[in-house]
Design a protein around this ligand. Structure first.
Ligand SMILES: [Fe+2]
Length: 234
């Protein structure tokens, strides 16, 4: 069984620190496809403390209008963003749907890596829930607090947060053991690449992570694929 959904990529060219031009972006799409991925979300960074909502959305949409029609591979795409959540996101009441994965109420989010996942962070996550949006927490492995305190992860799941981990982290000797433990407990609901280039979080990490799952915990594969399918079709 292959994992065929990728909810977290920096492929949309020229928008962030991911693909710099159309050729590079198309080669990343092809490489993901070679590694079994058929449905891809384009989620460039949106730093809410550095750029206005309107500026980000118009810059991203212009890039998407130019790029998406050029995709030749049989890969379906949705547009989204990796939203660095700060109180600025809520400075005006607004429609959050442009930041959600196209046609869904799911929004990919990240926080400072030093986030304590106590008062302030939880308040921001609740603000997102309160406007009817389900946050996907990107790369759980980047938060030392969450890697040390599984009860906090349980609290996030209880709040309705979807937990994502990067495929490449399952090939990292230091992270792998703990992440597999979390995966077996059902804490990690989706895997994505967070691809930036053919070298940084490369598309090949998908196949490598799948191999690790097949050997260590084959039961997670249908669980991950089902969760991904539900989000994509929601
Ligand atoms: Fe990312």
């Amino acid at each position: 069984m292959k994992l065929s959904y990728d909810f977290h990529t920096h492929i949309l060219p020229g928008v962030d620190d991911g693909a710099s031009d159309t050729d590079e972006a198309l080669s990343l799409i092809s490489a993901l496809k070679e590694n079994g991925v058929k449905k891809v979300c384009l989620t460039p960074h949106f730093y809410t403390h550095k750029e206005s909502f309107e500026d980000f959305v118009s810059r991203r949409n212009a890039a998407a209008r130019d790029f998406i029609p050029r995709i030749q591979d049989e890969v379906e795409v949705k547009l989204g963003a990796e939203v660095f959540v700060t109180p600025y996101l809520f400075s005006e009441s607004r429609d959050f749907s442009p930041l959600c994965l196209t046609g869904t109420n799911y929004m990919l989010t990240e926080f400072p890596y030093s986030a304590g996942f106590s008062g302030e962070t939880m308040k921001l996550l609740l603000n997102i829930r309160n406007v009817g949006v389900t946050p996907i927490l990107a790369h759980i492995e980047r938060y030392p607090k969450l890697m040390k305190e599984p009860e906090l992860v349980e609290e996030l799941i209880y709040m309705g947060v979807i937990i994502q981990s990067n495929a490449v982290s399952f090939t990292d000797k230091k992270l792998k053991f703990k992440l597999l433990k979390y995966l077996k407990k059902g804490y990690i609901q989706i895997i994505s690449s967070d691809v930036h280039s053919l070298r940084r979080n490369p598309p090949s990490s998908y196949k490598e992570a799948t191999e690790v799952f097949r050997k260590k915990c084959p039961d997670v594969l249908p669980f991950l694929e089902r969760n991904a399918e539900e989000i994509w079709n929601s």
